[in-house]
Design a binder for this molecule. Structure first.
Ligand code: ADP
Length: 264
């Protein structure tokens, strides 16, 4: 049987919660700094560019970086119906992040029940509207948030981001087994920093020896969704809060994400 493409499925009210999205996609990693948030935001933006209605939820409550990458700030308002109004990117894509609720540099010590509560609130009390996809940027490593999500929404799949270095790969394997433990299907692996895209000549140099993730994915029986070179354009865009602008304007920066999204 061929599954109905997600765009053609009727929006489902998921479980007991208010969220209406046809597909919930998680983006996780075994450790921080591997480009998980960049991939999560870029996958959301690329899906939107392909015509889908997309929401982006930053569940990386320990280090919310989505607002920074997209140059978003502000405090979400609460409507009369007690719904949290997400911050919208270009008046379109709804984004919700702990970063909107904290003072800059404010650290949070999350205890289990509080973490559970805030994630549930992000899901069910945010006015997401009707979505085709909700992309969720996960905190690296730990399983608490994954467990809460798996208990509250059916998840289409988790994308696990890693880098070619062996240590990061071992971390990625841990992330995969963590998702499996809470019955979240693995959508596949993405290898970030897979080579270096030379800004002058446009050639990609294989400085770490890429392909490790592809091999590991095969070994683990999960899909390999694609690689993403180190691209200075992306780094500068992220630092300046212009990731969305760059993905809009720069075909070369966008290409690897289109490949990843089409492989999902
Ligand atoms: P994580 O969410 O895993 O902690 P981020 O997505 O915040 O990682 O990325 C960490 C830093 O690396 C950011 O400054 C980001 O702009 C940069 N970065 C991520 N992926 C790439 C890439 N492929 N090329 C260049 N810079 C990247």
């Amino acid at each position: 049987t061929v599954e109905t493409p997600v765009h053609e499925r009727p929006p489902a009210r998921i479980g007991q919660i208010g969220l209406r999205a046809k597909s919930v996609i998680l983006v996780g990693s075994g450790k921080g700094g591997v480009g998980k948030s960049t991939v999560a935001a870029s996958v959301a933006l690329t899906l939107q560019r392909l015509g889908a209605k997309v929401g982006l939820m930053d569940a990386d409550v320990y280090g919310p970086s989505v607002p920074h990458l997209l140059g978003l700030e502000g405090r979400p308002a609460v409507s009369e119906q007690k719904k949290i109004e997400p911050i919208r990117l270009n008046n379109a894509m709804p984004v919700m992040s702990m970063g909107f609720l904290l003072e800059p540099d404010q650290a949070v010590i999350w205890r289990g029940p509080m973490l559970h509560g805030s994630i549930q609130q992000f899901l069910k009390d945010t006015d997401w509207g009707e979505l085709d996809y909700l992309v969720i940027d996960m905190p690296p490593g730990t399983g608490d948030v994954a467990l809460t999500l798996s208990q509250n929404v059916p998840i289409a799949g988790a994308v696990v981001v890693c880098t070619p270095q062996e240590v990061a790969l071992l971390d990625a394997i841990k992330a995969i087994s963590m998702f499996k433990k809470v019955n979240i299907p693995i959508a596949g692996m993405v290898e970030n920093m897979s080579g270096f895209l030379c800004p002058d000549c446009g050639k990609t140099y294989d400085i770490f020896g890429s392909g490790g993730a592809r091999e590991k994915a095969e070994e683990l029986g999960v899909a390999f969704l694609g690689g993403l070179p180190i691209d200075m354009t992306l780094r500068v865009a992220g630092d300046e809060g212009k990731l969305a602008n760059v993905l809009d304007e720069d075909d070369r920066a966008r290409a690897p994400f289109e490949k990843i999204v089409r492989a999902l």
